[in-house]
Design a protein around this ligand. Structure first.
Ligand SMILES: [Zn+2]
Length: 315
């Protein structure tokens, strides 16, 4: 093992000095791994995914038939993450790349992915993606400044769209491992049943939401709002920051023409934030879009908790 490691380091050093001249040069996956991109663990087909919902769908559908790898660090928004060279090499060497589409992975504009391997999981509803005009930029986490202008990309919180994305994931996985077709179809059917149940519950709830102006802490709920008839205006707040005077002024600006009683947060806000909102007549409810791996549970348990929280708020 030690010798293999040493050899692979040596080969890497040589390769690094003379990248083009090495006949049969070491594949990028043999290079030392960076912290952000753990190496493949198996000889199974490698499926790389752009976000956590796609990781969850692919794992539920494929089980052990493939190795699903999601490389964005836990504390970053995968939409605005910048993959390092090792992560880029892993994407380029993958057997299948599941992208969210809807301009989700901002990094994908600058990097050429092998066209035959990359699948846009939201392509089937491309014509109905929502365009957003948002002038201001802001930052959350290490990804730097960004804006939410352009195509809204939190596609999967419309649970019908989530089903369509999962279906595209299923079809791509079956093309990759045809022998597992039957098992994958069954797993997809079970997943689709659960997504349909969420969609049904939200549709029932939408009858109560239709006359409720709402405020969102961040502009990520366009598809949720559209499918379930929510009248929602968004701020650029983060759950971990307590709103300052400027933030409260932004909120009051919205409230003057949009008499909301509830604020929807991406994550649990600080107690101080909850109290500040209560002082202007707003209650807080969490709907976590779950773009990255949740602290506990999984995609389905987080979505069930989201729907339950809304049902409780608007009973
Ligand atoms: Zn943002």
């Amino acid at each position: 093992m030690k010798i293999r490691l040493l050899l692979s380091c040596l080969t890497f050093l040589i390769a690094a000095c003379k990248p083009a001249e090495q006949p049969g040069a070491t594949a990028p996956s043999d290079a030392p791994t960076a912290v952000t991109a753990p190496a493949a663990k198996s000889n199974q087909p490698q499926v790389l995914v752009a976000n956590y919902p796609l990781q969850y769908f692919a794992q539920r559908i494929a089980g052990d038939a493939v190795e699903v790898r999601f490389l964005a660090p836990k504390d970053e928004d995968p939409a605005f993450w910048h993959p390092d060279e090792t992560a880029i090499a892993a994407f380029q060497g993958a057997d299948l790349i599941l992208m969210n589409g809807a301009t989700y992975s901002k990094w994908a504009d600058k990097i050429t992915l092998p066209e035959s391997k990359a699948v846009d999981t939201s392509a089937s509803f491309k014509a109905s993606l929502i365009q957003v005009n948002e002038t201001s930029t802001h930052s959350h986490g290490p990804g730097g400044e960004h804006s939410h202008s352009g195509t809204a990309f939190t596609t999967w919180i419309d649970f019908k769209q989530a089903s369509l994305q999962a279906k595209t994931v299923r079809d791509a996985l079956i093309r990759l491992v045809p022998a597992a077709k039957q098992a994958m179809e069954t797993s997809y059917d079970n997943l689709q049943d659960e997504l349909n149940t969420l969609d049904d519950r939200m549709s029932v709830l939408s009858r109560r939401l239709v006359n409720q102006p709402l405020v969102a802490s961040h502009p990520v709920y366009h598809y949720l709002a559209r499918r379930y008839g929510m009248s929602l205006k968004a701020l650029l707040w983060e759950p971990e920051n307590v709103p300052d005077d400027k933030a409260m002024a932004d909120l009051n600006g919205i409230l003057s023409g949009h008499r909301a009683r509830w604020m929807i947060w991406e994550g649990t806000p600080a107690q101080e934030s909850i109290e500040k909102l209560e002082s202007v007549g707003l209650k807080s409810v969490v709907f976590d879009p779950c773009g990255n791996v949740p602290e506990s549970g999984d995609f389905m348990s987080v979505m069930k908790a989201n729907v339950e929280a809304l049902e409780k708020a608007f009973q």
